[in-house]
Design a protein around this ligand. Structure first.
Ligand SMILES: [Zn+2]
Length: 349
């Protein structure tokens, strides 16, 4: 199985994020996550590690607002210049001002723009964020290209894993949030959709709200997200069951929210519902947004899915026998992260 990984992710290592209540904590989404996964994969003979190809900006700009991507590129360095005399720590750009609803004017001031494009206090920009986010998108695109090519023997569909870091599924068309900057899965799925209908199944504990926004009006990419009920859990403002798409996209988005404490049996029953929706759609390609924070021991999650449960989820998806790109999203139990991904991917090897 081809694994796409770039050590450019090491450049994105924000020193802190801000939790509810205003406390400054060490940034939970750390380079160690990707290194642990890589180390666990290397223990398996089926895992072949490749550096990603550079696809340039076009496939990223096909799903993200160009001004937003320019902001990601330049904001941190611009901030160092414009706020040079501000007298506070400038290791991570994180705004304190956010646009009120229905007031979406984009100001010229750097810190105003930061509030415009950064939606919450868990998406700080540091010097290496842009380079890391581009490399992650290139990992997903390289995986997409790989699964789109014919496979021999033909009865075994291709499956690849993009070891993306930073993750992507909370990044919308023009905003970063929740550790996500460029929506790697959406960039790859959009690229694949030019060659055939594509389905995205998001199994991260948190709703894939960025992916939902990006494809909400489209019928050529089916999006399904299984996640914690947003009434009680981040990202709060979308991911509800009655959000099913808009216009030509109506009926092509599905949210399957689940309560805290959900274990293997309920989760796998929900995966079966998702699989039925995917089979009815008849896609040519599958993209899995693989967040491992559904795992019982995750510090950010409240599900009780076991490692065996994660293995079974992979088995259900592999049973579709479709060319499948698995994209890394969240997952913060670092000690179990590598083994959890191996449990998921072993089904495709
Ligand atoms: Zn998550």
């Amino acid at each position: 199985m081809k694994i796409y990984y770039s050590d450019a992710h090491l450049q994105h290592n924000p020193p802190f994020e801000i939790y509810d209540g205003g406390e400054k904590y060490p940034h939970l989404e750390v380079p160690e996550r990707a290194e642990r996964i890589l180390a666990a994969l290397k223990q398996n003979t089926w895992a072949e590690i490749f550096a990603p190809e550079d696809f340039g900006l076009d496939p990223i700009l096909a799903v993200h607002d160009p001004d937003y991507i320019t902001f990601l590129h330049s904001a941190y360095h611009e901030w160092l210049q414009t706020e040079a005399d501000a007298g506070y720590d400038k290791t991570a750009l994180l705004p304190a001002t956010f646009p009120p609803r229905k007031q979406r004017r984009k100001p010229k001031a750097l810190l105003g723009k930061a509030g415009y494009y950064i939606s919450d206090l868990s998406a700080p920009l540091v010097a290496g964020t842009y380079a890391a986010a581009l490399a992650a998108a290139n990992c997903a695109l390289s995986g997409a290209k790989s699964v789109s090519q014919p496979v021999y023997p033909p009865q075994k569909p291709a499956a690849t894993f993009a070891l993306c870091r930073p993750p992507g599924h909370h990044a919308g068309k023009a905003n970063c949030a929740g550790y996500c900057y460029v929506n790697n899965a959406a960039v790859a799925a959009n690229w694949l959709s030019k060659q055939g209908k594509t389905a995205i199944l998001d199994i991260d504990y948190h709703a894939g709200n960025g992916t939902q926004e990006i494809f909400y009006d489209r019928a050529d990419v089916l999006t399904i997200s299984i996640h914690a009920d947003p009434d009680n859990e981040y990202p709060y403002y979308s991911g509800y069951a009655d959000e099913t798409g808009r216009g030509t996209g109506l009926g092509f988005h599905h949210n399957l929210p689940l309560p805290a404490g959900t274990g293997d049996q309920t989760y796998l029953g929900t995966v079966e519902k998702a699989i039925a929706l995917i089979m009815a759609y008849l896609p040519s390609f599958m993209v899995i947004s693989a967040g491992m924070d559904l795992y019982a021991g995750d510090p950010l999650g409240k599900f009780k899915v076991s490692q065996e449960g994660i293995h079974q989820i992979g088995k259900e998806i592999a049973g579709l026998k479709l060319p499948t790109l698995v994209v890394m999203e969240g997952g913060y139990n670092n000690a179990a992260l590598g083994e959890n991904i191996v449990a998921l991917l072993g089904n495709f090897a």
